[in-house]
Design a binder for this molecule. Structure first.
Ligand SMILES: Nc1ncnc2c1ncn2[C@@H]1O[C@H](COP(=O)(O)OP(=O)(O)O)[C@@H](O)[C@H]1O
Ligand SMILES: [Mg+2]
Length: 142
């Protein structure tokens, strides 16, 4: 996978700026894969993406439900957290492919666990911890 840009995030304010930009520029049928260890800020980034879409609902981690849908923004947001999925095949059972090829924005936390099921044109953000507190490194395929 080719990394097109590397962004140094200094603090949560930078995460917010990037998330708002992603949400404001998202298009229908886009799938955004967020890959990074626990606590790197995948859910936090998803919250700011939702804000960028104009969604005012409180965003909670969908760890136990795999997927949560949010309407009311410029596009629907389908927020996935596949951390607890046993097998990538399970995505079929929850109808994930209808969302992946649907009319909303899909944001998928722990996407590395289901990579084989994701559409060809999925956009990836690999998130790593930086050296300072609050710092993160985003490696993007777009
Ligand atoms: N630059 C940053 N971006 C995102 N979260 C950050 C950042 N700096 C500190 N944090 C904190 O790190 C935590 C990230 O948690 P969370 O978003 O739930 O991570 P994940 O979903 O990857 O497990 C939050 O408590 C958040 O406030
Ligand atoms: Mg999370």
């Amino acid at each position: 996978m080719e990394i097109k840009r590397t962004i140094t995030i200094k603090n949560e304010e930078d995460t917010k700026e990037f998330g708002l930009w992603l949400g404001q520029n998202a298009r229908a049928g886009q799938v955004l894969a967020l890959i990074g260890d626990l606590g790197t800020g995948k859910t936090t980034l998803a919250k700011y993406i939702a804000e960028g879409l104009g969604i005012t609902d409180y965003i909670v981690s969908p760890t136990f439900t795999i997927i949560r849908e949010y309407e009311g923004g410029r596009l629907p947001l389908y927020h996935f957290d596949v951390y607890r999925i046993g097998d990538p095949d399970e995505l079929f059972n929850i109808g994930a492919h209808d969302y992946f090829y649907g009319q909303g924005l899909c944001v998928v936390e722990w996407a590395d666990l289901v990579e084989e099921e994701l559409p060809e044109d999925t956009m990836y953000v690999f998130i790593e911890y930086g050296n300072e507190e609050g710092e993160r490194i985003y490696k993007c395929t777009f």
